[in-house]
Design a protein around this ligand. Structure first.
Ligand code: ADP
Ligand code: MG
Length: 367
């Protein structure tokens, strides 16, 4: 089921009587979520991810704009009638019910023509439990489960009605690191097996990048960029997106373009054909540096951190916006740690230029 968001906007009235300023939580969001895909809705806290999800679910009414499931306009439809499954960060299971009763609950609430015979309800509950691999735990109470198991129950409960759309709001945030990793792979597997169009909200870029078919990066209610994770990482449309994706984060410098060359301080570090002379903000991915004895960029060498397959070189540069410059180099490289400086050549496709005022990307030709 494709989901279409058309100029979706949500404005909250002011909470602060004095300033009286309203909050534009979601600002003119237009996007067609393709059928059967998993979309990662990504951005810092407060950027409007949950509000977007709640509008898709019907828990919140848009101030303006429309939502379609397939060809159906569901904008005015109540949550119960949208055919969605919702999973929250805090599981929200009924503590006095067993796992089985929790999963059955949405089916027992079906009314009229939707009502199912008891054996079919049980069959569906067992099928959902098996999908998330908790079928052994059906008689337990939520308090007798780990966080990861509780979240699986919540997912099974969302799947049991065979939703048209699955909506997940930071479902992994309460889990510890290992379980988070395991559960996100599970969610991906379940999504692929069921083929349910899914919106997955997270503030964690790595999480979104690893499981999404497409990511949507948001900032202050405004969509910044939509694309395949690798595509957005390799081709960010502005400084915000470039900084939001990637660990370690992108290195940011202030520089200038003169006669088709990029300068960091006094050094011309890269050819950037076709760019007019101007001050620029420069982003260099950690993997964009190549060690070279006569490299174009000279940095002060702080220290080298061994990470196994790779090493991370921590250095300094006067034009760097951050206290240190972090590069990731293959561990086969020899680094003279007694040297005061380290020199690099830059990989052109790992260097991004941004307008120093608008912070929008400035493209140059990569030879
Ligand atoms: P996210 O999920 O990305 O952290 P939210 O969608 O929860 O962000 O919130 C977006 C913005 O809308 C924030 O500034 C938040 O304070 C505001 N907001 C969210 N819900 C309400 C509400 N019920 N009333 C007023 N403001 C709200
Ligand atoms: Mg939220």
């Amino acid at each position: 089921m494709k989901v279409v968001l058309e100029n979706l906007t949500k404005i909250f009235p002011s909470r602060d009587k004095k300033s009286g300023k309203e909050v534009v939580a979601v600002n003119n969001f237009t996007f067609e979520i393709p059928d059967g895909k998993l979309i990662g809705l990504l951005g810092p806290s407060g950027c409007g991810k949950s509000t977007t999800l709640y509008m898709i679910s019907g828990l919140q009414k848009p101030t303006s704009g429309k939502i379609f499931f397939g060809e159906d306009d569901v904008t005015e439809l109540s949550t119960e009638n949208r055919g969605i499954g919702l999973v929250f960060q805090n599981y929200a299971l009924y503590p006095h019910m067993t796992v089985k009763q929790n999963i059955l609950f949405p089916l027992q609430n079906l009314k009229g023509k939707d009502k199912l015979p008891k054996n079919e309800m049980l069959e569906r509950a067992h099928h959902a439990a098996a999908l998330v691999q908790i079928d052994e735990l059906m008689e337990r109470k939520p308090s007798e489960l780990s966080g990861g198991q509780q979240q699986r129950v919540a997912i099974a409960r969302a799947l049991v009605k065979m939703p048209r759309v699955l909506l997940l709001d930071e479902p992994l945030s309460n889990l510890d690191a290992r379980l988070r990793l395991q559960t996100r792979e599970e969610i991906r597997r379940i999504q692929k097996e069921t083929g349910i169009t899914t919106v997955f909200v997270t503030h964690d870029q790595e999480e979104a990048m690893s499981i999404s078919d497409l990511i949507v990066v948001m900032k202050l209610g405004v969509v910044q960029q939509i694309g395949q994770p690798q595509e957005v990482y390799d081709n960010p449309s502005n400084l915000f997106v470039a900084k939001f994706l990637g660990t370690p984060p992108i290195n940011v410098f202030t520089g200038s373009v003169q006669n088709g060359k990029l300068y960091l301080g006094e050094e011309a570090v890269l050819d950037v054909p076709g760019v007019a002379d101007q001050p620029v903000i420069v982003g260099i991915r950690p993997e964009g540096f190549e060690l070279s004895n006569n490299g174009a960029l000279t940095c002060g060498l702080n220290n080298v951190e061994v990470m196994g397959r790779d090493v991370s070189i921590v250095s300094t540069h006067a034009a760097s916006v951050n206290p240190v410059v972090r590069s990731i180099i293959n561990a086969d490289n020899r680094i003279d740690t007694s040297s005061a400086t380290v020199r690099y050549n830059l990989k052109p496709h790992k260097v991004f230029l941004f307008n120093s005022e608008t912070e929008e990307r400035i493209q140059f030709e990569v030879k």
